[in-house]
Design a protein around this ligand. Structure first.
Ligand code: CP
Ligand code: NVA
Length: 321
């Protein structure tokens, strides 16, 4: 693929290759020999990656910065509010200027359409670092985490029953549907009828699932959503940009909180994922973060490995194109 703007910009086979490489790069990072530790260096030079942020970030900024450095490059973090983009310089002009000097652009912003406009005017790969619609890099890290914790590794992803409960109308819900369908999983979203996933994404996810043998389902009962699940994921009830609605964004989601009572209906040994930041006692019980066997810290670490693998795939595809 030229860019990674949506989860289905990778085919099933490409996604599996990225996940396998992510697992390899993670293992290599533990080696004593400094050259063997970072075996892929498509940004050697160093070539620069522009990492643009219109919203706050801890994990995404960290993992792209560390990852770009480990691929031999220089990570240039740009706070959009202090750049001309924040004063209204056109997205396309920004893309033209950046792509004459950098090898890669990542952007965390609001509208998916703006990200698409960036990609359309860029001559270098553009990566979605979260929009209001999708968070595809997070899903790669989550799939890696599931592959590491469940039998069969990456080959075990197809057929996995993956439940997401909480706000069905946010970037995580949409990306679980789309990326999970590409992986061949059975994705079930449990959310109030008032907070449905994006209809276009749902349709694309259905189409992807048909090709991979997976499925996508939306239900409005939390117990029904997690029944028989191998993995249960959730996310904040108040996404970035929704802070002023925080008070009204609690009551509808309370029945979808990931508690030991809810998890009793999942498969024995089912893991809990949360992209973080988490709100303990709201969408998730503290035990799934702080207890032994939590998957969440592996999930956060895997942002690094999954994104390095993605960047290798994007940058090496260009070289051979
Ligand atoms: N999960 C995630 O994207 O975290 P940040 O907002 O800290 O980047
Ligand atoms: N849905 C959350 C994800 C944070 C990583 C948000 O958009 O704020």
């Amino acid at each position: 693929p030229q860019h990674f703007l949506r989860d289905d910009d990778l085919t099933h086979a490409q996604q599996a290759d990225v996940l396998r490489l992510a697992i390899e790069l993670k293992a290599a990072r533990g080696l004593a020999d400094p050259v063997a530790r970072h075996p892929r260096r498509p940004l050697d030079g160093p070539r620069t990656a522009a990492l643009l942020f219109d919203k706050p970030s801890t994990r995404t900024r960290l993992s792209f910065s560390v990852g770009v450095a480990e691929l031999g490059g220089f990570p240039l973090v740009i706070d959009a509010s202090t750049s001309q983009l924040g004063r209204g310089e056109p997205v396309a002009d920004t893309a033209r200027v950046l792509s004459r000097q950098v090898a890669l652009i990542t952007w965390r912003t609001f509208a998916q359409a703006d990200l698409e406009a960036m990609a359309a005017a860029s001559s270098v790969p553009v990566v979605n670092a979260l929009t209001d619609l999708l968070h595809p890099c997070q899903i790669l890290a989550d799939l890696q985490t599931v592959a590491e914790h469940r039998p069969g590794g990456v080959d075990g992803l197809p057929g996995t029953v993956f439940a997401y409960v909480g706000d069905g109308n946010n970037n995580m819900a949409n990306s679980y549907l789309l990326g999970g369908a590409v992986a061949g999983m059975h994705v079930v979203v449990g959310t109030p009828e008032t907070h449905l996933p994006d209809p276009g994404v749902l349709e694309d996810a259905r189409r992807a699932a048909q090709a991979t043998g997976g499925s996508v389902t939306v239900v409005h009962d939390a117990a029904q959503a997690v029944a028989g699940a191998d993995v249960v994921a959730t996310d904040t009830w108040v996404s970035m940009g929704q802070e002023s609605e925080a008070a009204s964004r609690e009551t509808p989601f309370v029945p979808f909180s990931v508690t030991p009572h809810l998890m009793a209906g999942a498969k024995p040994g089912a893991g809990v994922l949360h992209c973080l930041p988490a709100y303990r006692g709201k969408e998730v019980d503290a035990s799934y973060l702080d207890g032994p066997g939590s998957w969440v810290w592996d999930e956060a670490e895997n942002r690094l490995h999954a994104q390095k693998a993605l960047l290798v795939a994007l940058l090496e595809a260009r070289e051979t194109a």
